[in-house]
Design a protein around this ligand. Structure first.
Ligand SMILES: *Cc1c(COP(=O)(O)O)cnc(C)c1O
Length: 396
């Protein structure tokens, strides 16, 4: 598929006519088990990539097609899909990290992930340093001889802070540490972490790649040897297997990812510019705006600025009440990357108490991006004028 443009890859990668029926569209294979030879192997340890299908927790034909498509889109050798983005992340941690190992983790990242690393990973004897990934000196200082993994999220949920993936990878590889990048906000249309040297690209498929808000999923993409190892040692035993139905839905969504990302970007830029002019809005954070503190990095690391933005107002909690009641096109809801626009208020106080637990200096850096709180806004593929009108009438 390498010779084709990403728009063609999104349509065709992983998909081919069914050899027995000629069906042009992918089959949905819901079977949990498969009729095998009498001497079929049964242990995960005997698994090889060419083994026939045995049981869907090991591998499934529909999910295999999705994995092939996602590996091509990220320019990776192999992919392993999971039931959710969190399953993808936690399985990769448990695969790579052992007692005594050190993890350098972005101090701001997806809330569920940060909480897992704070609360559960230490139980496994893993040492963790939380750092501001946008500051290369802090990253260099945090990396040690026993650092096994550097974990990046760019742009970081929810504050839209970017990380220079190529530069961080250079620092990590110098001590033999690997780099994983949660690229959910960017998608392969904006940034391909593996092309920048990272070892793993991770996505919550629930977001842009599925794109329609109707299926949970996650994926880890990387070198075939590592992905096979992940399948064999952790994923089969942890059992966070994606439903083939969700694989089928997400594969269908992934086909239009390049087209949708173009619409998300146009919509987000329109809404960001509208909000920057609005008298009640005090700050807008969108990588595509020159006012974003890392706009220059965004320009060379993101081929598409994606559909995520945040904005701030004087009295966030009161405005959250107002918007949740007044918005007609936007849904006031968590999650992101759907065809439908979504908005949700995250107060800095609540995020600090419940999730991030930043040092005073870290909290000050967080406030540079988020002030007292932000409206995390996921711009869908509706007409941008209708979105601006909806925000105008609701902001008042
Ligand atoms: C939503 C999200 C996740 C978690 O994905 P789920 O599919 O909800 O488990 C991880 N990382 C980022 C950046 C996310 O936005």
């Amino acid at each position: 598929m390498k010779q084709y443009n990403i728009q063609t890859q999104a349509v065709h990668a992983g998909e081919s006519p069914d050899p027995t029926t000629g069906a042009s569209s992918p089959n949905l294979v819901m079977s949990s088990t498969y009729v095998t030879e009498a001497d079929a192997v049964f242990s995960a340890n005997d698994l090889t990539p060419d083994i026939p299908y045995i049981y869907t927790r090991w591998a499934n034909p529909t999910t295999k097609q999705l994995e092939k498509k996602l590996a091509v889109l990220e320019n990776g050798e192999a992919a392993l899909a999971f039931a959710t983005g969190m399953a993808a992340i936690t399985n990769l941690f448990l695969y790579l990290l052992k007692p005594g190992d050190h993890l350098v983790m972005s101090d701001v990242a997806y809330a569920g992930n940060v909480e897992f690393v704070h609360e559960t990973l230490p139980n496994f004897g893993v040492e963790v340093s939380f750092v501001n990934m946008s500051n290369l000196d802090s990253v260099a200082e945090a990396i040690r001889a026993n650092t096994k993994l550097v974990y990046v999220e760019s742009p970081a949920n929810p504050i839209m802070r970017l990380t220079d993936i190529k530069a961080v990878t250079k620092l990590a590889h110098a001590v033999g540490a690997e780099v994983a990048v949660d690229s959910t906000f960017a998608t392969p249309i904006a940034t391909r972490p593996l092309d920048l040297g990272a070892d793993y690209a991770i996505h919550s498929l629930t977001k842009y790649i599925g794109g329609h808000g109707d299926a949970l999923g996650g994926v880890v993409i990387g070198r075939a040897e590592q992905i096979n190892g992940l399948r064999q040692t952790v994923s089969i035993h942890m059992g966070g297997t994606i439903s083939p139905f969700n694989s089928w839905l997400i594969m269908r969504g992934a086909v239009t990812l390049p087209l949708r990302m173009r619409a998300h970007e146009i919509g987000a830029l329109n809404v960001a510019q509208f909000l920057e002019e609005h008298p009640k809005v005090t700050r807008v954070m969108y990588p595509g705006l020159p006012s974003h503190p890392q706009h220059e990095l965004a320009q060379h690391q993101m081929a598409n600025f994606s559909g995520m933005l945040t904005f701030q107002v004087e009295d966030g909690p009161a405005m959250a009440q107002q918007l949740s009641k007044q918005l007609k096109v936007f849904h006031y809801a968590v999650s992101l990357g759907h065809h439908r626009s979504l908005i949700f208020y995250l107060s800095t106080e609540n995020m600090q108490r419940s999730t991030f637990r930043l040092s005073p200096a870290g909290l000050a850096r967080y406030r540079q991006f988020a002030g007292d709180g932000i409206f995390r806004t996921s711009i869908g593929i509706e007409d941008p004028h209708d979105l601006c009108d909806d925000l105008a009438q609701a902001l008042g």
